[in-house]
Write a protein that binds this ligand. Sequence first.
Ligand SMILES: NC(=O)c1ccc[n+]([C@@H]2O[C@H](COP(=O)([O-])OP(=O)(O)OC[C@H]3O[C@@H](n4cnc5c(N)ncnc54)[C@H](OP(=O)(O)O)[C@@H]3O)[C@@H](O)[C@H]2O)c1
Length: 443
Amino acid sequence: MKAEKPLRLGVAGLGTVGSGLLTLLKEHGPAIAARCGRRIEVSGVCARSKEKKRAADLSELVWFDDPAMLAADPGIDVFVELIGGDEGPARKSVTAALAAGKHVVTANKALLASHGPELAELAEKNGVALNFEAAVAGGIPIVKTLRESLLGNSISRVYGILNGTSNYILTRMQREGFPFAEVLAEAQALGYAEADPTFDVDGHDAGHKLSLLAALAFGVRPDFAAIHLEGIRGITPADFRAAEELGYRIKLLAVAVRTESGIEARVSPTMIPKSSALAGVDGALNCVAVEGDFSGLILLAGPGAGARPTASSVVSDIIDIARGQVWPPFILPSARLKSKPTAQMRGHEGGYYIRLSVYDRPGAIAAIATRMAEQRISLESVVQKREAPDLPGFGRPGQEGDATPVVMITHRTREDALRAALDLIVKDGHVQGTPQMVRIEAL
Ligand SMILES: NC(=O)c1ccc[n+]([C@@H]2O[C@H](COP(=O)([O-])OP(=O)(O)OC[C@H]3O[C@@H](n4cnc5c(N)ncnc54)[C@H](OP(=O)(O)O)[C@@H]3O)[C@@H](O)[C@H]2O)c1
């Protein structure tokens, strides 16, 4: 039998993931060639600085200064985009590669969350692959699981812990009792968090990934702007203490769920039962869960970032191409993807954790309970804390006129009803500051 021609890669971006890819191909090249029936070779590379010292030997490879030139070069079959960013060189070069009829493999969630539909359309038009396993949860093979293994199911919910930095911070806060700012500063000093942590702690990164998961699970167009985002900055040690007593863990949870009013997609700090599998996913780990009507609950956990895990996912996408497997990027042809996730958070239904700073005055708690009852919100528990609180503005607990933390758990209720009740409770003047509200996810 005639040996197949090698698959020629153009690799743009030689940072964490790009170097991991070159290392993996060097270590496992022969085994991969045996498994997929053809050799995979790197023909051209590109990064910002040619002079930068790199771990891999690039002397045999053709260097390109411009990723878009590499993308369209006749000497490559697959363009591997490992630059990052939703605009600029990444968008330009991926578009150039697809337009030139090259397959594309990318780890870039920001690019796909913002421009996925138009890039998918271009890939389909040119009959090439646009593969992105590494873009969601690093080394965890969740894209293939949804794209291949669970295709026979109707999926009701996909959710997970998708950002290692915020999970590391929440884990430290829970274990050590430190406030957010202190743990963030420590994470920054150790290199676990960026100098500008917005992307991680405000939910943007998890939102990018969730928009791709929602597209694969529910056939909706990936649309980052349609994801409801809340970050972890407002979570306090008092919330962790209350969660511990009530049997919950607090995680930055990304959830896309089929509801009667459409697909709801949100990233927010969420209370989950301590007994659930996700509650034990600590530190920088990621975990993704999928509920299929025939498969049942599928859980995948592992490293969500890092050179080697991410390279593992990039290579799995390259191997698919080497084996001749080319599918529409978001499973359905892009013209058949439904409009973006549609359900509004005001219609969200579930249990809630509420923490209020209630002035110690006769009738205050009764007045709050009345406001809840007016909105038909039933309370599962109300706990008034007499401990010395760590929140600014609290006086001596137990003194008339001072504020005391009150923690409430609601039964299943609509979010708009709860928000209306909290607005009135604030207006009534019985509470100090803004109420804390955290959704509870039944897992
Ligand atoms: N790091 C992870 O664990 C991880 C996990 C999953 C997904 N991802 C995704 O993978 C992608 C790459 O991430 P990374 O962590 O590897 O980034 P990185 O370490 O910052 O590397 C980025 C690379 O892109 C190159 N680059 C930047 N601007 C360029 C330009 N205008 N032209 C050519 N090359 C340019 C840089 O060149 P120089 O080396 O010369 O500066 C560098 O080699 C991102 O989309 C990221 O979201 C990363």
